[in-house]
Write a protein that binds this ligand. Structure first.
Ligand SMILES: CC(C)(COP(=O)(O)OP(=O)(O)OC[C@H]1O[C@@H](n2cnc3c(N)ncnc32)[C@H](O)[C@@H]1OP(=O)(O)O)[C@@H](O)C(=O)NCCC(=O)NCCS
Length: 373
């Protein structure tokens, strides 16, 4: 039973103009735009611009952002020198946490904390993170690195760097939509971690590193990887129901279900389910999608819970040929847009974030010398 304040449920931790959720109605807005509208019309680049500028870009503004992202995709030499060691020794999210932290070393804006410098750093982080993930994956597989193509979108370029092949239009469009859907989500744990760090007036690389550390956990971004492990273990759709029932009987959580804010449908899951179905058809192999559907039905029948963003993202990424253990870094490559926007919003109207507590320890007592303990 959650005690008062446990998990900060219902506590307003910050004012934000970046995104908003109504968990009862199952709606999500980025800066006033319904996620369904954005899913239909926006590109990820437009989404990055919207989260940072609180308005949609015109053509010139969008062009400038795309140019900047295209120019900033190569990691600096300091990070490049670290990557082989990280690829050989670290798990993907630990690599990303370390490489993003190390990216501050040669940032052209150094320790500069002006509004303009922090925006440039934010865009650099958005640009470089997909490259870190793709390079990591190729290094550990002894594959030649595929240098970023500045003429491709964030989505198409990532799939290109990862696989070595330019994605077809359907895959590029679907992955672009995945990035848009994951880009921001109010005071989720990683964004809150980023804002707590930024509120001490620490730098944007530190705040992003804190966010990655928080996203890593299986109760947050790490859930998508666990979902794919579950799908792989189940193997065949008819085995899904018994597998889930056994899991629930053992009081184990089913990853990819439940949410602190949404008590019904997560609007992002609606789009991800659709994409999973489309990709299953395109691949001529419905296994991931059908197992996912069976899991969804069973969890709903048994617990009344709905899938969250991580559930169908797993099968979508699986169909796109992304290796399971980099699902969470892929999530980070999108959410960095929101994290950095929140960090800049925090700097713009800052107050140290320092919550109160409810003490539950012993009453005041006298020091006991060591020989009397
Ligand atoms: C997201 C999550 C952390 C929210 O946590 P929360 O708001 O603290 O909710 P709780 O963990 O207290 O769950 C409330 C109740 O629902 C149950 N529940 C919540 N999510 C569940 C899940 N995925 N599977 C099974 N039961 C679940 C809990 O067991 C609890 O039941 P109880 O009251 O009988 O003990 C939680 O739903 C979860 O762990 N989900 C799985 C991980 C996941 O998918 N994370 C990605 C989130 S986008």
């Amino acid at each position: 039973m959650a005690g008062p304040g446990k998990g900060l449920e219902g506590v307003v931790a910050a004012e934000t103009a970046i995104s908003d959720i109504d968990g009862k109605e199952g709606v999500l807005f980025y800066v006033g735009y319904d996620i369904h509208d954005l899913a239909e019309h926006a590109t990820f680049e437009e989404t990055i611009y919207l989260l940072h500028h609180l308005e949609l870009p015109n053509e010139q503004q969008l062009g400038e952002l795309k140019d900047q992202l295209g120019r900033e995709r190569e990691p600096n030499q300091f990070v490049m020198d670290l990557l082989p060691g990280l690829s050989a020794n670290e798990r993907p999210m630990s690599m990303l946490r370390t490489a993003v932290s190390a990216s501050s070393a040669k940032d052209p804006d150094g320790d500069e904390m002006s509004e303009a410098a922090n925006y440039r750093k934010a865009i650099r982080l958005c640009a470089v993170m997909p490259t870190l993930v793709a390079y990591y994956d190729r290094l550990r597989n002894d594959e030649k690195l595929v240098t970023p193509d500045p003429n491709l979108t964030q989505a198409a370029n990532f799939l290109y760097m990862l696989t070595g092949d330019k994605p077809d239009d359907d895959h590029a469009r679907i992955f672009d939509l995945c990035l848009t859907l994951h880009a921001d989500h109010t005071m989720n744990a990683s964004t809150f971690a980023a804002r707590v760090c930024a509120a001490t007036l620490s730098d944007i690389h530190s705040a992003t590193t804190a966010a990655i550390a928080a996203l890593k956990g299986p109760l947050h971004g790490g859930a998508n990887e666990q979902v794919m492990k579950m799908i792989t273990e189940i193997k065949e759709p008819p085995k899904a129901r018994a597998y889930i029932q056994k899991r629930l009987a053992n009081k184990e959580k089913v990853m990819g279900f439940g949410h602190r804010v949404y008590k019904g449908v997560d609007p992002r899951a609606t789009w991800l389910r659709r994409m999973s179905s489309e990709l299953a058809e395109k691949a001529g192999d419905g296994t991931f999608f059908e197992i996912s559907q069976e899991i969804e039905k069973t969890v709903h029948d048994e617990k009344g819970l709905y899938p969250n963003v991580d559930f169908y993202a797993a099968s979508v990424y699986g169909y796109l040929g992304i290796t399971t253990d980099i699902f969470t870094p892929v999530f980070a490559c999108s959410r960095v847009a929101g994290w950095t926007a929140h960090v800049r919003e925090q700097y713009a109207d800052n107050r140290l974030i320092r919550p109160d507590h409810a003490y539950v320890g012993p009453d005041p007592r006298k020091w006991t010398p060591i020989n009397e303990r």
